[in-house]
Design a protein around this ligand. Structure first.
Ligand SMILES: Cc1ncc(COP(=O)(O)O)c(C=O)c1O
Length: 490
């Protein structure tokens, strides 16, 4: 937003200030006196305090002004950064006559992206090595090395890990290699990315969509139990946004009914369920290395198998179903789902940094918790005992009904403040291609979560000033909306 959108005369009414604030953005206004000189900042909180002190909406904005940290327009970078890291909002920039000529904020220089990769390790060196050695296809040493490194993280031998072209084909190949196909039912959560269900359909099996748990956002074991039939072949939990699914309950159900468990761990590299890495708990676990994931190869994925024979079959299917002992002799109808050496080179460089990335994600979650914790109507991602949530995408669920606007309108307000967000996934059962797989089951939890859910910027490249700013904007917007409703301005 431009300076004019964020400036108001201090003799304007509080009503005018509120309705200007209510257009979205950082939820703060810069106030100026009759001569256009800076007098302070105003927001929902300062207006609320003024009203509590006996003022009303016709009172001038000056009664709610908080004189605060402006800087000279020619302030150096260090002072600017220091000032921004002190607060959670905008910093007015003044000329020699104290007139605002611009403002700074962590989102002024760049729109804060919801995700972006960090490629500051050995990525360039290893990819260059591929080019210099001319090993650019899937033949090449980085592929096996990447598989071995993933295996180490998961406590599995390299032979049981397959690098593949993306997280979607990882799911498809896992399903096919484990023998899931026509006539089989696979139970999966309503709240997930479409690839989870698409691949079940592509494998020829029948997906069975069930509701999720309100706290973990993951598949609800009680709903799974209720959906098991004689044709059920597998359960496909998704560790959504890095939060581990309730594996003990699911494994117990699987053991009782002789079902396979395929973990969609696309979003959960680094997450742990009790003492076990997500993706290495079920019969197979799949990962995505798309550029927004904890570690990335641009596009890419992997499958971890619990048993070596399934892995061996998958390896053959990954390479057109070709007999590994006899070139161009095909044993099954297979695929080309291979990852290239260049992508694996990126992956090798990324996995070296995995612990640091994970630490940063957890730090970001802590920083968000500081600004957003305790705000009415904002549910933060759960930090459940014994589980390690990687907080891959820090996702909050807000009570937008109490704010009188929709999730999407709120997202537009944040966008105006330079903050990109992502809606929580839409319930699968609501989308046309998947409606037939809902049966007559109910999905109250997914429906409610989806309407209120927003994933916030979570890249490991975020600065503390950025997370504080994002938290501050959300908190101020929420407070403002409650005030606007209370005073009947909405
Ligand atoms: C839960 C889930 N499953 C599967 C996938 C598919 O992974 P890819 O995009 O690498 O194909 C994703 C991707 O984002 C995902 O979030």
């Amino acid at each position: 937003m431009g300076l004019a959108d964020l400036t108001i005369g201090e003799d304007s009414s509080l009503r005018a200030a509120l309705s200007q604030l209510d257009r979205g953005g950082p939820a703060q206004l810069i106030t100026v006196d009759a001569k256009g000189r800076y007098s302070g900042l105003i927001d929902g909180g300062t207006i609320e305090a003024a009203i509590a002190a006996g003022h009303n909406l016709d009172s001038p904005a000056s009664v709610a002004v908080r004189p605060d940290g402006a800087l000279a327009a020619d302030a150096d970078e260090t002072s600017l950064r220091r000032q921004m890291s002190r607060g959670s909002g905008i910093v007015p920039l003044l000329d020699a006559d104290q007139r605002p000529v611009d403002y700074a904020s962590p989102a002024r220089a760049r729109r804060i992206p919801v995700a972006e990769p960090s490629l500051s390790g050995n990525e360039l060196k290893y990819v260059t090595e591929c080019i210099e050695t001319r090993w650019i296809s899937s033949q090449g040493p980085f592929v096996r090395r990447f598989e071995a490194e993933i295996g180490k993280r998961l406590g599995l031998p390299a032979e049981q890990v397959l690098a593949v072209s993306n997280g979607t084909v990882a799911l498809h190949l896992a399903l096919v290699a484990l023998g899931i196909g026509p006539g089989d039912e696979v139970i999966l959560p309503d709240l997930t990315f479409a690839a989870t269900i698409n691949t079940v359909i592509q494998a020829g099996a029948t997906p069975v969509i069930v509701d999720v748990d309100r706290v973990s956002l993951n598949i609800d074991p009680a709903a799974v139990a209720a959906a098991i039939t004689a044709r059920t072949k597998a359960i496909m939990p998704v560790h959504l946004y890095g939060q581990p699914a309730e594996m003990d309950a699911l494994l117990a159900l699987a053991a009782r009914h002789k079902l396979l468990v395929i973990e969609d761990a696309a979003e959960a590299m680094g997450s742990r369920y009790k003492d076990r890495p997500c993706g290495a708990i079920g019969d197979a676990g799949t990962f995505s290395f798309f550029s927004n994931k904890l570690i990335t190869t641009g596009e890419g994925g992997a499958i971890a198998f619990r048993d070596a024979r399934s892995a061996q079959r998958a390896r053959m299917l990954r390479d057109h179903g070709m007999d590994p002992a006899k070139r161009y002799w095909h044993l099954e109808v297979g695929f080309n789902y291979r990852l290239t050496n260049m992508q694996a080179a990126l992956g090798c460089a990324q996995i070296e940094q995995l612990d640091r990335f994970l630490e940063r994600k957890i730090e970001i979650a802590g920083q968000y918790g500081e600004t957003l914790g305790g705000i009415d109507g904002v549910a933060l991602p759960a930090n459940l005992p014994g589980l390690l949530n990687s907080y891959w995408a820090y996702s909050i669920v807000m009570d937008f009904a109490a704010l009188g606007i929709s999730r999407d309108e709120f997202a537009v307000r944040l966008d105006k403040a330079g903050i990109e967000t992502r809606p929580l996934f839409y319930p699968l059962h609501e989308m046309p291609p998947y409606r037939p797989y809902a049966g007559n089951r109910a999905y109250p939890t997914t429906t409610a979560l989806s309407r209120g859910g927003l994933s916030l910027p979570s890249a490991v490249t975020l600065s503390a000033a950025e997370t504080r700013y994002i938290g501050g904007v959300i908190a101020r917007q929420a407070q403002l909306r409650r005030l606007v409703q209370r005073v009947g301005l909405a």
